[in-house]
Ligand binder design. Structure first.
Ligand code: KG4
Ligand code: ZN
Length: 358
């Protein structure tokens, strides 16, 4: 394997092409929350990416950690089996095992971690412990993630159910948080608003769907405008709650009668706040390549507003394809591949960490 210095991603502004990834095959496992996923990657080409969603949580209005880890235990063997079969890869063909080491739900992470460790031990191949939030960002380097690959340095707005961060990405292993949420994540802001509107968990995609039919200016919700590049969504959630309480006194059917406008206004307010801070960070850093990542990057308004911002400023825009937005093992696979290129493997004693430092 070539040394890190020789790799072109450290060469300034040089495009990374798929031929510059090693001809190695990895199996990757993601089990940080409620999706069990396994992927097989060769170089930066995904050969299979299997995901099993856990329906069991819907009736509780959120992920129940104990149920999630039990579901992972049931799903992990069939999911890995399906991924290997689809990729036509045998266990003997694997050059390494990548897994999500954290952050996430401890019980869920432990299922993937123990599985990955046992397999790496039995096959005697390197074990690659991946940070879930790095993986959301590095998913942009999967061969079919988008029309073009980002160049370093670029800025990424990572928006998921647990995190909201603006990250400066100088190399696959040099990622710096410039700003983040001080309370709720953007995905939580969507999901909690959706819950107030009587929508099932996770409500983000439904808010997005109904928002397409509504007027984004029908209702005004307050949202914190912070100095610097941080975010805050807890006041916004309270503002949604207050409006609903007030209006429902006069009209108990208020939500049913205004669902689309409410969703459109919620979506507009959250996306506006995200874009505003992201634009500020890009100008301050003088970086003209902007990417989005994480579950909320599937949001159609966020995607179109980022595209608009980049068009207006003639900046480059990187929007991942839907399959790589929400949690998936393909993103763990590409990050594991970068770590393998840098010889950054972990020991068999590696532990899952619910709060793995960035
Ligand atoms: O990255 P992800 O799959 O899991 C975490 O690591 O958290 O993100 C899940 C989050 C949920 O909050 C979900 O509601 C949100 O992403 N989400 C969306 C959309 N699709 C998923 N939020 C808004 N609009 C969407 N289209
Ligand atoms: Zn995620």
């Amino acid at each position: 394997m070539r040394s890190t210095d020789a790799l072109s991603y450290h060469a300034e502004s040089k495009r990374m092409r798929s031929t510059e990834f090693p001809d190695k095959v990895l199996l990757a496992i993601e089990s940080s929350c409620d999706d069990t996923s396994a992927a097989v990657i060769k170089g930066n080409k995904i050969l299979a990416n299997f995901i099993t969603n856990q329906e069991v949580h819907a009736k509780y209005g959120g992920v129940v950690p104990e149920l999630a880890s039990r579901e992972h235990q049931k799903n992990i063997v069939p999911v890995v089996h399906s991924a290997l079969e689809e990729a036509s890869i045998g266990l003997d063909d694997l050059d390494g095992i990548a897994f999500t080491q954290g952050p996430g739900l401890m019980g869920s992470l432990m299922v993937g971690t123990s599985f990955a460790k046992s397999l790496a031990l039995s096959l005697d191949v390197p074990l690659l412990g991946v940070h879930h939030m790095h993986a959301h960002i590095l998913a942009h380097f999967i061969e079919d993630a988008g029309e073009k690959l980002p160049r370093f340095p670029f800025l990424c707005l990572t928006v998921s159910g647990g995190h909201t961060q603006i990250v400066k990405v100088e190399s696959p292993s040099k990622l710096t948080i410039l700003g983040e949420t001080l309370d709720d994540a953007a995905g939580e802001a969507f999901d909690k608003s959706a819950k107030l509107l009587g929508l099932p968990y996770p409500g983000g995609p439904l808010v997005d769907k109904y928002a397409e039919l509504g007027n984004p200016h029908a209702f005004e919700f307050s949202i914190s405008n912070l100095e610097g590049f941080n975010f805050s969504f807890s006041g916004f959630k309270t503002s949604v709650l207050r409006l609903l309480q007030k209006e429902m006194k006069a009209d108990p059917q208020f939500i049913e009668n205004n669902r689309d406008d409410l969703c459109a206004s919620v979506r507009f307010t959250i996306v506006n706040s995200l874009i505003k801070q992201f634009k500020k960070a890009a100008k301050a850093e003088g970086i003209n390549q902007l990417a989005i990542a994480g579950g909320v990057s599937a949001n159609s308004l966020l995607r179109s507003e980022l595209q608009r911002l980049c068009n207006e400023n003639t900046w480059d825009c990187f929007i991942p394809k839907f399959a790589y937005c929400t949690d998936n093992a393909a993103m763990i696979a590409i990050t594991g591949m970068f770590q393998m290129m840098e010889n950054k493997k972990v020991e068999l004693s590696a532990k899952a960490s619910a709060r793995l430092p960035f």
